[in-house]
Design a protein around this ligand. Sequence first.
Ligand SMILES: *Cc1c(COP(=O)(O)O)cnc(C)c1O
Length: 389
Amino acid sequence: MKTIYLDNNATTRIAPEVRKAMTPYLAGLYGNPSSSHRFGSRLRKDTEEARAKVAALIGAEPEEVVFTGSGTESDNTALMSALECSPKKRHLITTKVEHPAVLNFISHLARKGCTATYLPVDGSGRLDMKELIKSVGKDTAAVSIMYANNETGVIFPMAEIAEALRGRGVVFHTDAVQAAGKVRVNVKETPLDMLSISGHKLHAPKGVGALYVRKGLQFHPYIIGGHQESGRRAGTENVASIIGLGRACELALERLEKDSVYLKGLRDRLESEIIRRCPDVRVNGAGAERLPNTVNISFSYIDGEAILLKLDKEGICASSGSACTSGSVEPSHVLRAMAVPVEAIQGSIRFSLSCYNTEAEIEVAADALPGIIKELRDLSPYGRGEKMC
Ligand SMILES: *Cc1c(COP(=O)(O)O)cnc(C)c1O
C-alpha cells in the first residue's frame, strides 16, 4: 500500500536534492573541518557555504548562525545562554503552548531556582500581548515565544512582540522550527535576539539544527569542549548533515512563495472537504493566522487514537496532538490552553502537509475520513450529541 504522509510537522522526508548534496560527505569527504591539512580544511569551506545558506533563509549574516545537534538543543542553548549572561536575572517568560523543548526545559530550570511565567492564549490560540507586556520585570532574563505552533500552525506576531520588548533589557528568543521554510522569516525586519531551526522539519536530516544569535548579543555556549563553531558549540561538526541543512534552506528559500500557495491550496481543500462531509467538527486555531500546511481538527465524541489507527489501515499518516505527547493519555497542552472542550481535544487530529503531497493524496484522505468518523461515532457509547461525563 502506498503511504500518504500527512505528518510533516513531526518530521519530513529528506529532499532528493539534499540527499545528493550530502552523499560525498558520507563517502570520500570524511575529513575533520578543524584539521590543517587540505583534506580536512576543504570541509571548513563547505561548512561555511552551508552556514551562508542557512543565514540567507532567515535574513541573517553567516557569522550569526551556530550549528547545533537539533531544534531542542538550539532552544535549550538559547535559554541557558540568556541566564548565564545575566546571572542576576532569574525570571523567564514563555507561553503555555510551546514545544516541550522549551516548556520542559523551563520547568527544569524552575526546579533549579528560576521563576517562570507561562502566557495564556485565547480560544483561537492567539497570544495575550497585554499579559506579555505586564509580565516583563527587572528580573526577566529571557522571553521565549514560538514563531508558529507545531500542533495548530498558529503564528504569533513576531514583529509586534519584538517591538513590545525593545529596550526592556531582555533576550528575545523564538523557536522557529515550524516556521522556517514555511513562511517568510527575516531577522533584520523582526529584531529578535535568538532563533531556533531544526533540519528534519524542513527536508534536511534529523539530528542537525541551527541557532541564530544576533551580532553583538552576549552568548554563552551550552555544549563545552573544543573550539568548533567559533567557541559557541563544541563537538566535531556533523559535516554531512550541516551540508544537508544548508541545501535544504537554499531550496526552501527558492520555493517559499510557490510552496506556500500550493500548500495552502491543498490544506484548505482538505479542511473544507472535512467540514463539508463530517458533522460536529471544529478547526482549532481557525480564527488566527496559521502556517499554510497545518490543520488541526476536532471530531467530537470520538477518540483521536482510534481515528489514527483507522487512517493508518488506509496508509494515511497523521497525528493526534503532538507526536511527543501521543502515546501518553495526557490531552494536548496546546488545545487545553485554547480552552477546547475535553471531548473535542480527545478527538483531535493534526494533518500537516509538505510540498511532496499531491491533490490525489488529499482526495484519498478526504474520501476516507467521513466513513471512519461515522463508524467510530456509531460505535461510541457516548453517541453523537450525548454528553461525556
Ligand atoms: C520538532 C520541534 C522541535 C524539536 O526539534 P528537534 O530537532 O526534533 O529536536 C522544537 N520546536 C518545535 C516547534 C518543533 O516542532
